[in-house]
Write a protein that binds this ligand. Structure first.
Ligand code: RB5
Length: 144
């Protein structure tokens, strides 16, 4: 699985740990920044990442800010992006199995590293179930 990852300043300090978690699971990771903890605007990084995920068919994204809310709001403005704000392994599992999420968002100020590890592990190991969920996801796409 290939992931693009980006944060804002609020989540910059945990980015390297998340990259390590993904690599330990055998994932390829592309770090889209930022490369220091200077203040940035989260939509800039959400838009940068979504463009890459849409261009690189089959890839996934991880966006982290203080709450995960701003990143998910910005990401979901992109047609074809299904960004899910997850707080635990259960929401991460449902995001993949039911919603076919291609971008995972969470908040550095909301979840600790242990929970983040379970979110990442579950998201990577879960697949879209299809079936009855396919038409529901299609109906989201029809809004675009
Ligand atoms: C930055 O202070 C904070 O607003 C941002 O990280 C995020 O939580 C926005 O949704």
């Amino acid at each position: 699985m290939k992931f693009y990852i980006a944060t804002d300043h609020a989540a910059y300090r945990i980015k390297s740990s998340v990259i390590e978690m993904l690599q330990d699971l055998g994932c390829e990771v592309v770090d889209l920044g930022p490369q220091n903890s200077d203040r940035v605007d989260y939509p800039d990084y959400a838009h940068k990442l979504c463009k890459e995920v849409l261009r690189d068919v089959g890839s996934f994204g991880i966006l982290i800010c203080g709450t995960g809310i701003g990143m998910s709001l910005a990401a979901n403005k992109h047609e074809g992006i299904r960004a899910a704000l997850c707080h635990d392994a259960y929401t991460a599992q449902m995001a993949r199995e039911h919603n076919d999420a291609n971008v995972l968002c969470f908040g550095e100020r909301v979840v600790g590293l242990g929970v983040i590890e379970s979110i990442i592990d579950t998201f990577v190991k879960s697949d879209f179930e299809g079936g009855r969920h396919t038409q529901r996801v299609q109906k989201i796409e029809e809004i675009d």
